[in-house]
Design a protein around this ligand. Sequence first.
Ligand code: HEC
Ligand code: HEC
Length: 351
Amino acid sequence: MSTPDPAQVPIPKAHSAQGRSISKLLLIAGGSTLIYALLAMLMGVLPGFALSNIPPGPGVEPLTPLQAEGREVYVANGCSYCHTQQVRPLAQDKIFGRPSAPGDFAYQTPELLGSERTGPDLTNIGVRQPSEVWQYIHLYNPRAVVAESVMPSFDWMFNVVDIAPPGVTTVPVPKPFAPANGVVVPSRQAQALLAYLQSLKQPKLPSPAGQPIDMATAAAPASNAPTTRAAAPAEPATVASNAAQGAALFVSHCAACHQASGEGMAGVFPPLKGNAVVNDADPTQHIQVVLHGLSGANVGGVVYGSAMPPFADALSDAEVAAIINHERMSWGNHGAPVTTKQVAGAREKKK
Ligand code: HEC
Ligand code: HEC
């Protein structure tokens, strides 16, 4: 009665082949899982750690509670589906600001970079469009200020009341877009969203020498677009190119309020067509207004509730001159043209 010593029993051939293929399978599965985990660490997790250690860039500030609330409104309403918050170092992005830097995003988690630009990039919108009144009218109904806009109306963020509560700005919605009765006031949501939009400002990046560099021009040195203020050429080569540049700059910087037709918007933004300052032979006041803005003035018998933003930081002397000349030669206006030198002189005087 002896059972054979198990060590002596030959293992059937089939069994050992199966064992080998199972261990092969384990090797493949385990090996590929290991490689996957390693790559995920290398390409996802480690860069995440490295990037989260990037300190905020100079001048980059955390959001206030109201601005942070506005960011939530921005996310909840899908603004990111149509708007990016990343400026690429490309010539076509120059109009949106300087190229984005990692330090810009230190307080933004998750970043709202976006991937679709149905509407313009908003990285620097707080600088490009600081007007509270414009932003509110535009949110209430984009078509009220940009006739051809495809942006949806966000009018549910506003209330229509008989009398605005104390301390709340009424939104001067132009007649055809305003409700028949009552005044439009921003809800808490709209106020928070506005605070967030106004917080979207790109601080200037310091150069190694400690001097702010104009990244808008540094970004595309090959482009022959107007250069920085310091390096601005005396005058554009021909009057024709000056006029074309002035028209384009007017559309990108002024038409949002004064409209491409120069007719403005009754009671909200004054017309430049037939405007006394624009047609004045002495351009001092005209240059002054474009460089340093204006508020509470009497323009053609009307005192406007909103302010004209200053453009001294955004535009070079040559650009300001080109825009002013566009205004002075368009819509039947007949003001005497100004030179880059006159603008430079007015800028110096203010300093
Ligand atoms: C369906 C796409 C779409 C959505 C969603 C959208 N926008 Fe827009 N937005 C546009 C387009 C197109 C423009 C350009 C025309 C105009 O100014 O209305 C624009 C323009 C703007 C501008 C002016 C930018 C400039 O450079 O003058 C601001 C500010 C803005 N949108 C904010 C918002 C906010 C805030 C939201 C979310 C509440 C939002 N948008 C949602 C399409 C969209
Ligand atoms: C956010 C809206 C807005 C933008 C953008 C804007 N303006 Fe104005 N502008 C105004 C308002 C509002 C006034 C009237 C201010 C007041 O009465 O105090 C005004 C007034 C003016 C005046 C008349 C000054 C006077 O005393 O008669 C001129 C000229 C002018 N703007 C030129 C420009 C030019 C050029 C640009 C572009 C570089 C521009 N504006 C961009 C809102 C704007």
